[in-house]
Design a protein around this ligand. Structure first.
Ligand code: ZN
Length: 211
């Protein structure tokens, strides 16, 4: 199920936040230190609350609405990582809410096709190797079967799936001891190790319809 096709581009920062950011930009610390600094902390907490509402506690990458996840376990992901291009550490359009698991796998993976020559944040979808939460529509790049199997429909979908290791979700499910779904787990494993693993996808599509 796709819950969050894209995330709107309304700026996250207030005038006061921008003043703090300007102040931070003028010091000589690394951008990672600026981002993690005490002075930025209240701004961080405030934009995370905004993103939690904006995204309705839904991770863009795995599309799961995780209402039980504590605020600490939600993370602000830099779509273009700080190490890839630090100029976008404080760019609203580059910040998104991600569950801690997707964020942990995506880490510092390179998402830009090429580093921009100017400081301007690229608003061209073609410049990004993964589905961009603000420039692309999720359903054009992904199909999700049974809420657990992620199929990349395009190269961007396939790359995002690899970066966030989205196969972990069906694997976690199949190796967990979820008694309620034991039929699904057993049938899925049988099909996965059968001569025709594609039948697993057909089975899960059917399961999804029935469920
Ligand atoms: Zn996620």
């Amino acid at each position: 199920m796709i819950r969050l096709e894209s995330v709107d581009c309304t700026p996250l920062f207030t005038e006061n936040d921008l003043q703090i950011i300007d102040q931070l930009k003028s010091n000589t610390e690394s951008f990672r230190d600026k981002w993690n600094s005490d002075i930025f902390r209240p701004v961080y907490v405030s934009i995370k609350s905004k993103l939690l509402i904006k995204q309705d506690r839904t991770c863009f990458y795995c599309q799961r609405k995780l209402t039980q996840l504590s605020n600490e376990d939600w993370q602000i992901d830099h779509i273009v990582a700080i190490d890839e291009d630090s100029r976008h550490t404080f760019t609203s359009d580059n910040l998104i809410l991600s569950c801690k698991w997707c964020n942990r796998h995506k880490k510092e993976r390179r998402v830009l096709s090429k580093i921009g020559r100017t400081d301007r944040y690229s608003r061209s979808s073609a410049n990004y190797k993964i589905v961009h939460p603000r420039l692309d529509r999720y359903s054009e790049h992904f199909q999700i079967i049974g809420g657990k199997i992620y199929i990349g429909l395009t190269q961007k979908g396939k790359t995002a799936k690899e970066y966030c290791n989205l196969d972990r979700i069906i694997l976690d499910h199949m190796t967990g001891l979820d008694v309620d779904n034991s039929l699904l787990v057993r049938a899925s494993l049988d099909l996965l190790f059968s001569d025709n693993p594609r039948s697993l996808i057909v089975f899960l599509q059917q399961y999804d319809k029935n469920g």
